[in-house]
Design a protein around this ligand. Sequence first.
Ligand code: TYM
Length: 357
Amino acid sequence: MSEKKEIVLSGIRSTGNLHLGNYFGALRKFVAIQDNYDCNFFVADLHALTTSPDPEALHANVKNIIAEYLAAGLDPEKSTIFIQSDVPEISEMYLLLNMHVGIGELMRTASFKDKARKALGLGSAADNESEEAFEKEIIGAETNKRVNAGLLTYPTLMAVDILIQKATKVPVGKDQLQHLELTRRFARRFNNFYGVDLFPEPTDFDFGGAPVKVPGLDGSGKMGKSEGNCIYLIDEPKALRKKVMRAVTDEGPQAPDSPMSEPVANLFSLLELTSAPEVVESFRKSYADCSIRYGDLKKQLAEDILAITTPIRERVADILADDAYIANVVRRGAEKARERAAATLSEMRHIMGIRKF
Ligand code: TYM
């Protein structure tokens, strides 16, 4: 029966511990769908190399994320859990697929622009900055400030992760939708170019609503490691409460039914993800009639986040102490992931004319 299930695949980069953005955008969904799909979840360590090339940190982070996956409820009996670099077929297919990907379309990707600006120390994009000015900066960059080519081809590698397993459903947060759109485009282009039907076109996957963007609590933007505004699943209660209590707010609503400022709207977005609907409703009412006390909202939010993270944090330490268990999970995962990857790669090589004499 299991071959009939739709193939789901997703991954998280090993750039540090998992935060609430990873949890609500991705991991929570992974856990919820394990029974009903052919699930494949991995640690994207090759993607992590595009921004985090420290060998010791990379190795520790891969282990941490596997432990956090397991602690959050991913079950190796139900899901294939693996490490991207344990599947060398991915690297070969990445080379092959790149032959059908344009550098222009990669350079226009929002995540590339963001990361390239960071690598060049350029700050955030000025509204009136032209494409040419940006390209000039990249091409003219000193070698010690270069934008590495892996960053440019990040979407090719992500497309390969998905297409090599022929996955059709990809649970991700909102920030990854552009990469998924590119994946569909690359799949379609390959199929059309060779007149084959090798790759299905994957879609994002959200049972219950649209993909989420978890905000940071520093006033604007999303929660992210490079934004330095993360609440981590393994944060100790004291540190976590402190982070939440420090969240940026405003002077409070000055008239009934005032519109919300961005920092306050962000607090409500997090409250909606973590708290019971009646709790959210009661704070919305008190905002509307100007009786809200942000301190009360933050206290409630911190406790509701802790109710989610505490059981995960408590399990992580035990799992991390069991090297043999982790090694066994990822070895079995790699075996399964490689089976399908090798079959797809072999078809692809044949289609492209790379054949044995
Ligand atoms: P990464 O590590 O940046 O993010 C992992 C997952 O967490 C989600 N996420 C968020 N969701 C909502 N709000 C946030 N603030 C937030 N921050 C992170 C991301 O959307 C993502 O789902 N490129 C992928 C890793 C990857 C991948 C793949 C995913 C590599 N190959 C193939 C799916 C399929 C990434 O951005 O990881």
